[in-house]
Write a new protein. Sequence first.
Lengths: 238, 484
Amino acid sequence: MPGFDPSASPRLRAKIFLGSLLVAIVSIVAARNVLAQARPGTVDITVTSRTPNAVQVEEHYVLGISSPLELRVLTRPCMVIENLIIERDGVALAVAETRKGPWIIWRDTTGHGGDSLLVRYNVWLGGSRTIPLAHLTAPLPGVDSSRQGPVTVSVQFGRGEAQVEFPHMTRQAPKAWSGRYVAAPSFVKVGGPAFVCDRNPPAGDNGGLVWRYWLLLGIMVVWVPIYLSWARRTGDRA
Amino acid sequence: MTGAHLTAFYVIVGAYLVLVCGIGLYNYRRASTEEGFLAAGRSLGPIMGGATLMANQVSAGATIGMVGFHYFSGISYAWTWPLVWIGWVVAALFVAPQIRRVPGLTLPDFFAARFESKAARGIAALFILVVYAVMLSAQYQAGGLLFGLVGGMDYSRAVMLVAGITTAYTVLGGMYSNAHVGMLKAVLLLGSYAIAVPWLLGHVGSISEIGEALTAIDPRLTGNWFGWRQLIAISMAIGLGLAASPYEISAIYSMQSRRTTRLAIGYSFLFQACIGIGVLLFGLSMRVAMPQLPAPDLATPVLGMSILPPWIGLLVLLAAVVTFTRTGGAILLTVASAVSHDIYVELFRPAASERAKVLASRLAVITFSAIPVALALRQFDLVNFIVIWAARLMVSFLFIPVVVGLNWRRATRAGAIASMLGGMATCLIWSRLGSPYFLGLDPAEAGVLVSALAMFPVSLMTRPASEDTLRQFFGAEPKASQKA
């Protein structure tokens, strides 16, 4: 190896030394990235927008669990999810699909184990600007509350100007956005004109949240002026 | 949070620090007497007073802990707001007007004056030290979680930073600073929630859409995760505890008059209503937007850091920082008064100069701020559970002696001491015996019941307070013919 040749010129030796140092640094950084990627509980989600109405979502998980999986995805009216592929350690999983309110649930029926999980699907947005992201229905082991969250979401836009409105992401390139999170968001909302969906979905079951919310608000709205008018009428007596 | 966003967070927190220290320095001279330091010279008007009462109550338990509670348990916990307000009405009717009849600075002052007992004063002061250490640890824990997640800071360092901020402005300005920072807290909370809540709903969905998504996850999220039995028990602990809470009573002592106090309670309802709705919608929206957070207490930090646009997020995070530092300040001040005023001055050095009293108060703030740090580093439970536990102890110990003592002439020193000790012991034993309801009673209910059972018979069996004392609190006793 020339690096060990004592007769090499000092300049060459410096170049070789600096070159080796650079290679070592690059290797360490690459190894750290690989280790970080391999840490259980990490998730990489890539959203590729092909047209304003069609996107592909690809999610890579390092699970750290061997139990059967259940994934959940939030849908909107007129939205269609198709071409679903779920692979665990490279083996395609058969999933049972059920609907529960606005969520679609995919349950693994094969019971195949493995640490890595790939989920890929296409979404026809149907005029909505909301892109659903599938997520596991149970928390992943190894996920902690460190600032460098284990979930990375990247959005690549195709044609046209676009930006990510929800959740907060930073622009990496003119058409690329990304963000890092403590847990997977259930959707990404992108900017741009939304079209009105002409399919009126049947009213779902909100579990009484609406009337409970308005009753609570009503009690508060009534309570404050009634109390204040009483307090104003009282003098400084006991 | 990285780069410019993180820098902006530190700049805004730094600006807040400079501002609160400025407020402290501005008030330093005014807080040079004991009445100035501990009771703001009895100068607070209704709006400033309302902000102070709200700022005492709306702690990290609300802006961090309650958001987390709504995140994991849905809407039902929100019913505690109007239920807790019943406790405030009790305070407006049966505590605030009566307690202002006799000059005092702290709750133990009341015990000493009403029951003519140094022992009652000392027991109350010691109790305040213990329970408020727990309460303060919840504020530090919330601060540690927020700074740890948002600023990437080590949790223990973050806890110490929060303790440092809280101590600094409390030492400088006492109750004056607490009142001004309370107003700042009200403005920041209301302002940031008024911007953040509509933005969040605009992106996550309407109340109905959120309801559909949550019902599908778990129907209890939109119904009754907590049953009415639990809600009433928790609300009773918090609400009735507030009616006799030492830091709220210090705030009542700081107001201009009894009428001012009643109005201030009304304005505090207004502030609380806005914050309660905001906290509820934050928690519910976050459960839909990010359903698998590793811990519910992270809902607010993650909302501010990763969900909202940077400037709205920073406002929400700053409001949370102000919340736990301000409530921490109120707690520290109450504890400092227990140590310096009730123990040092009243029990050991009654002849201490005004300067020595204020110095003792400031030293007590600094010394005591360290104890809850040790508790916060252990992270015993979710923030709101710690707050509820402390509230249970408070109501069991204080509610009956304070309310009955203020409204029943026959209450005696022995009755009050038996009531305090019996209530606290029962609450502690009940907490150990079983959950949630040993013999059908929550620890707070059992504590209050035993406290009342001790107060009435023991008082009737012992000698009442002197006529002079009773006249101060109740006026002249009606004559027999008037009674008839």
